[in-house]
Design a protein around this ligand. Sequence first.
Ligand code: SF4
Length: 377
Amino acid sequence: MELDAGGTPWLSRFKDPGLARRLIARLGRELSRPVRVMEVCGTHTWSISRSGIRGALPEGLELRSGPGCPVCVTDQTDLDRMIALAGRPGLVVASFGDMVRVPGSAMSLEEARALGADVRVVYSPLDAVALAGSTGSQVVFLGVGFETTAPVAALAVEEAARRSLKNFSLFSRHKLLPPALRALISDSRTRVEGFILPGHVSTVLGRRGFDFLASELGVPAVITGFDPVDILLGLKELVGMVCRGEARVVNAYGRVVREDGNPRARAAMDRVFQPADELWRGLGPIPQSGLRLKPEFSPFDAEARFPLPDPAPRPLPRGCSCGEVLKGILAPADCPLFGRACTPERPVGPCMVSSEGACAAYYHYGWVPAREGGEGR
Ligand code: SF4
């Protein structure tokens, strides 16, 4: 780890160390008692780890990582369904790259590909539509993501319908963030007193989409951008509210996020999808927290077109703590497998695979478990 001129490692990772030092000092002045808050989103987790913010937090402030990594919260049974789809002869499975390496019960999509399955990595659901248009094979896009990616998946289905494609379908496991936050708050083991909310989901839902946190649940929250300075400003605002006993949802990313979000993106989702009960890895079943295709789009529904038996639920590997990590009950480095049996080269759980996974972020930036004398928070 690099040291700055004053011997303080984390400052060296900021473009303006003086500003970072002042923000941390102001954050410390807001903290009048021990507080635990959560950054919900994996992109925030990586920015916090990369910048070294976690190691610079004032004593008494715990910052836990949350369930905002779509690959990580995809349940094992759904992953097994995707792998079973990939095993069908003549079928092309198109996926975002992160999904491909996540271990299923028997194998990953990458291993299925090594055994002959046709698994392609794409960067957008529209790429999968283009692929279907250029081949005679059936193409199934694996729809994984939150309100940021679901509108594009909706547009892809509409584009396939417009082109009357008979060989494109969507396996939708898109998820909605607000019901997951309700579930987190209702779990007393999480003990989170406030949220740093993702800037990108907020561009779709708007500040108003998260207002229920304060108005119904009495939980303060701050929408921030992904620059480390944005995150420090958001943390200062959030910790101040928690310590003063205030509950508001503050938009600290006003240069991007509007009060009402993006109505056109939400309209695209509403045209194509309907809410459904959804199973989340770590969080379990959450009512009305997933998105499935509306009946009028059933010709593009991979589950209707290629029915699969329900995979038998299998226990996660012994010692795997992904569920507790995704709820913020444990810090990644406190999983007994972290850095030992589970590394990015040989991942046991999805949190060590995904580019938004908390375990991968902690590992990559050298976080040391509390049991080995590190800060572990
Ligand atoms: S270290 Fe590995 S097994 Fe443990 S919680 Fe993280 S991803 Fe799961």
